[in-house]
Design a protein around this ligand. Structure first.
Ligand code: PGA
Length: 278
């Protein structure tokens, strides 16, 4: 090989290679959020279809996560045994370890049936169940204490975007929700940026809009912790993501996958989104 003559080019190459290596290190994830859909049998058959398609079609190192209703989790975990490309998650967990909280489900219970992840702070939980950043900070602690990886959701409403407040809102969600964690704890998290105006509306953020926020989030993580932690954090995009728009979104340097609602209820669509990382 011809020796490099320009120092700046040499350093550029080192930096680029390092960045690429770090990019490779962070996990690409496509997580399906089934929300309150599918009865037990419907859930099992959708999951079986997804497993078969993954076996036949997924060739990369990306991970699929299915966040099902609690009811389904145990059986899905049994079906998923032995498939390292497929993990399970819950959509919520209580902040207390256990106790007199009728109707609630604890992080320990979720972990005990074989789930690895839990979605926390989804905008539907924030909106309909009044979950505050303060409460979500507690839920995050309890999930981590029980060895569950939170998929921590943040994102602005349409009003906040139009009022140009979205950077502040997102920063505040990070500061109050997860920046109390130490570096080791924070490294267990997946962050999902989900602009509320794009969820279930068919309106996707453009790849440019999403990349702008993802880069902002990564910079905030670097400022709070350090560049290595930031470079290793998987940041998902969510909000009307589908097989058509996923390739452009996932090609952005700071978008490491998606949190998929509607399209995760169709095996073909979900696996096609997953295959963007093949
Ligand atoms: P959507 O939902 O893909 O249906 O917009 C995303 C989400 O709520 O996680």
């Amino acid at each position: 090989m011809r020796p490099l003559q320009l120092h700046s080019l040499y350093y550029y190459n080192i930096i680029t290679t390092t960045t690429l290596q770090l990019n490779k290190m962070r996990k690409k994830i496509v997580a399906g959020n089934w929300k309150m859909n599918l009865d037990y049998n419907e859930g099992l058959s959708l999951f079986s279809e997804i497993i078969n398609m993954i076996k036949d079609e997924v060739t990369g190192k990306q991970e699929a996560v299915i966040c099902s209703p609690f009811i389904h989790l145990h059986s899905l975990a049994q079906l998923a045994r032995g498939y390292h490309k497929l993990a399970l998650g819950a959509q919520n967990a209580h902040q207390a370890e256990s106790g007199a909280y009728t109707g609630e489900v604890s992080a320990k219970m979720i972990k005990s049936v074989g789930a690895a992840y839990v979605i926390l702070g989804h905008s539907e939980r924030r909106q309909y169940f009044h979950e505050s950043n303060e409460l979500l900070a507690k839920k995050t602690d309890t999930a981590l204490n029980n060895d569950l990886k939170p998929i921590f959701c943040i994102g602005e409403t349409l009003e906040e975007r139009e009022a140009n407040k979205y950077f502040d809102i997102i920063k505040n969600q990070l500061v109050e929700g997860v920046f109390h964690l130490d570096e080791t704890q924070f490294s267990q998290l997946v962050i999902a940026y989900e602009p509320v105006w794009a969820i279930g509306t068919g309106k996707t953020a453009t790849a440019g809009q999403a990349q702008e926020i993802h880069a902002f989030i990564r910079n905030e993580i670097a400022a709070k912790y350090n560049q290595q932690v930031a470079d290793n954090t998987t940041i998902l995009y969510g909000g009307s993501c589908n097989p058509k728009n996923a390739p452009e979104l996932f090609a952005q340097p700071d978008i490491d996958g998606g949190l998929i609602g509607g399209a995760s209820l169709k095996s073909r669509d979900f696996v096609d989104i997953l295959k963007v990382f093949n």
